[in-house]
Design a protein around this ligand. Structure first.
Ligand SMILES: [Zn+2]
Length: 400
């Protein structure tokens, strides 16, 4: 298991040059007019033309993209980690590292619900959340930023529990509805306490995910008013399409679409959001590990699905999984902007795609090839072992 301490980012300067297409992650302006980035001490320092940026001082490294594309690292808004790079759900080791090879640089826990013997008493669930938050903050699997420590609401919790969790560093709630709190009015009170103390909430939407969980219908979602309508397309059983469209329209909260959900309803949801002028509220996740397994390419597959069958432009579909999530989750990565963490995805059209370039290949339903992934300015993997081979891959060169 590659568990690494969350040490500071590497010091030094890296020039990323000959970028053929620079995708910003910003829905409103998804393509930037630039061909180079300067990375300094793990952060994006400048965006511009390689000819100018190379003269800003000595370089420790150069990455030549050879005309391939750069995008922000992908954010998976909905995962269920337990500890380290092991998942008991499918008894699999190395699943996070596999997702890194699918371009994911940040994951957000929707609850550590698969822990064998998960405590459901209040002191126990708080202890688990704090332990998970600490463990993943202290040791990043394969370098991936895994924001965890997401307690599941149980009956009997009072406001001081949320204050105590927040003071201990907990910033997320696990999916509302996976514990004993399932009624809208009960959830609403606890979600409001969480929000008051700076803890962001997500609600399970749709039918039960596994035996033992329950149905959360549209009226419960609206009443609970969690910050994120978790897997609006079901996890996996979805609400009727009309109810999903009604949620997009009547709620102002984030609309989360997941890979391990109903694909037909995923398309209906993204189109409803688009027609409402609310694409900025859409974020993507896998909801893995799950009964459907772990999908290292889940976010890429979802981007291609929403682009090819949902009619969302490929560059905008990438923004749903990067800049949108960054803004809604208050991350310091997810956008190509000076000052942001240098979490970068280097990608290109997969070899022999029918699409003539990267964006057309995605719009035709293919998934791109990944040539390199960087987190906080450090190269975490070269050519992905999981995607189809990219046509062009970046090359890491020495400095000057
Ligand atoms: Zn769920």
């Amino acid at each position: 298991m590659a568990l690494e301490p969350a040490a500071g980012p590497p010091r030094g300067r890296t020039l990323v040059r000959h970028i053929g297409l620079l995708l910003s992650g910003d829905l409103a302006r998804p393509v930037l007019d630039a061909d180079a980035l300067l990375v300094e001490d793990g952060r994006i320092a400048a965006i511009g033309r390689g000819a100018e940026l190379k003269d800003r001082g000595p370089l420790d490294a150069v990455i030549d993209c050879h005309g391939s594309a750069v995008a922000p690292g992908l954010v998976d808004s909905h995962v269920h980690p337990v500890i380290g790079d092991w998942t008991p759900r499918q008894n699999q080791i190395g699943w996070v590292e596999s997702c890194l090879n699918g371009g994911v640089t940040t994951m957000i826990s929707a609850g550590e619900v698969h822990l064998p013997g998960r405590p459901r008493d209040i002191v126990g669930l708080k202890a688990l959340a704090i332990t998970a938050q600490r463990a993943f903050a202290n040791a990043r699997p394969a370098g991936v930023k895994l924001l965890a420590g997401a307690p599941v609401l149980e009956k009997g919790m009072v406001e001081s529990d949320f204050a105590e969790l927040a003071a201990a560093g907990v910033t997320l709630l696990g999916e509302v509805g996976l514990g004993s709190v399932k009624a809208g009015y009960e959830a609403r009170e606890m979600v409001a306490w969480a929000r008051k103390h700076g803890i962001q909430s997500t609600i399970h939407t749709g039918g039960p995910s596994i035996p033992g969980s329950g149905l959360i219908d549209k009226d419960t979602v609206l009443e609970a008013d969690a910050d994120i309508i978790g897997h609006i397309n079901g996890g996996h059983t979805a609400l009727p399409e009309g109810h999903v469209c009604e949620l997009c329209e009547r709620s102002t909260r984030a609309i989360e679409i997941v890979h391990n959900g109903n694909e037909r309803v995923a398309i209906a949801a993204v189109q409803a959001a688009r027609d409402l002028g609310a694409l900025h509220r859409v974020i993507l996740g896998t909801d893995s590990p799950a009964g459907s397994g772990v999908q290292p390419l889940g976010i890429l597959r979802l981007i291609s699905l929403l682009s090819a069958l949902g009619g969302i432009g490929a560059a905008q579909a990438i923004a749903l999984a990067t800049g949108n999530t960054a803004r809604i989750r208050a991350l310091d990565a997810g956008l190509i902007e000076p000052g942001r963490a240098a979490d970068l995805l280097f990608l290109d059209r997969a070899q022999h795609s029918a699409g003539r370039d990267l964006l057309e290949s995605i719009a035709l339903g293919d998934i791109p090839g990944i040539g390199m992934v960087m987190i906080d300015g450090a190269v975490r993997c070269g050519r992905s072992r999981n995607t189809p081979p990219a046509e062009r891959v970046p090359e890491l060169l020495g400095g000057s």
